[in-house]
Design a protein around this ligand. Sequence first.
Ligand code: ATP
Length: 135
Amino acid sequence: MSEKRLKLQISTPDKDFYDGDADMVIVNSVTGEMGILPKHLPLVTILDIGIIRIKNGNDEKRVSIDSGFMEIKNSEISILTDSAEWPEDIDLGRAEKARQRAEERINAKKDTHTDFLRAEMSLKRAINRIRNAKG
Ligand code: ATP
């Protein structure tokens, strides 16, 4: 197997979202942004809500994801996340509404702590989708 390129798989509960090669992959791990090149050391980590950047030469593809797990082994990256979208898949109106709903819940301050955390996560996902859709 050639280890000059990365293999990347992104899966969600619904489908195998992406399966392809890459020169470099940039992810948002819970400890910060991480650039992964071929021959990276084996690793398992948790990804935060963010945008995965898949680089091939001058081309860069962007996928917005929910939080998830990432495993790196033998230049193969596997990512499992609850949701994944290309910019063109994103319904900007839906994301704007989700952001507004979450902001209203946060500002109302009458819900439980759990509801507050859920609203914060929802807000983060919405802002992430808006960022990906707008480039
Ligand atoms: P909403 O409140 O609008 O449902 P959400 O953050 O709760 O947003 P998720 O539970 O993260 O939604 O996602 C459920 C499914 O809907 C996933 O497949 C996700 O990719 C898709 N999805 C969510 N928001 C959008 C959007 N704005 N545009 C396109 N697909 C979306």
